[in-house]
Write a new protein. Sequence first.
Length: 378
Amino acid sequence: MKTALSLLTLFLFSQLGAAGDTLKWQSLPAIPDERGFAGPFAGAIEGNLIVAGGANFPEAPPWEGGKKVWHDGIFILKKNAKQWIVSEIKLPKATAYGLSFSIPSRESIVMVGGSDSNNEPTDSAFELKLTNGKPHFLTLPNLPIPLAEASGAALETTVYVFSGRSANGIVKQAFRIDLNMAAPTWEEITWPVSARGRVHSTAGVLDGRLFLFAGRDAMSESALAYSEDRLTAEKLDFLRDCYQLDPKSLKWTRLADLPVGLSAAPMKAVPAGDSQLMMFGGVGAEFIRDQIAARPEINGQGTEHPGFSRTIRAYNTNTDTWTEVGVVHETFAPPVTVPVVPMRDGFFVIPSGEIKPGIRTTQVFAVQCTLTKGEAKK
């Protein structure tokens, strides 16, 4: 019996990863937009894939003076369908770089924070649901502070938000809300001791624990442990520190560092078996430095930009190590600043995103790792 996702597939192919693990890749129908979006909301409700909001440069690329535009459109790829529906219903306001979480037990997608058309962080929070195939919204309590470019994860019906950019800069705070409470309320929880605040980090869930990987922060006055992770030209520090959160004790544990500081990888670490989380691509300081040196007159941007990293890294919870386990398939341009949506049968969808500075994509693809439960690498 075919699954909902396989019925949508244009083609399916496999790629052998490390230690014999197979990464299965699927191409799905492209989003019906001329350019695509960075930082959209995205999630799934009963097999229906939804992408909403985001930002792009519709008139001209940034190196030609184009202005970034925030959007409020909603696109729906219904279960078993082969083309997207452009909904007549819009988001409450144009928003990008927020967080979105699929909550299967509530048949909803929770959408939190982000920035508005003035690039100001917002504190909005709501649930998107489908009734007769049409989206409608349920208002949730506002975030305690407006936040954009945060990361986060959902554990059953509890949503976690980690750091992000506030109106006063990047914060060292974390929050959670349990949607099954009679009166859901945001609760501030602990932040890892000595950890810097960060934007464009990557979070994930595995075996009932939450994980926070990397990201970037405004350049500090202190020296970095890894000087190559500092991008002085942009006044940014790229981070490689990683953490695990126990949701019961709210205790953070420092994990092994990534081998390189990374930012803006697709925002959900993808489980592979029962002891690994995969992180797709991302961008680091050295790469940006090389691009600026190659095209200084346009700050490293332009159509000659090679695109972002294809490297897939996996964190192993048994060995507390990072390993390169594969690459994004050559059929796809590896995106950044985009959510990852869990679907059925272990597939994770990456819809749209940014594939070069200022350049978006309409591509939609899915990946599944067939590492069998219990076969975690040692």
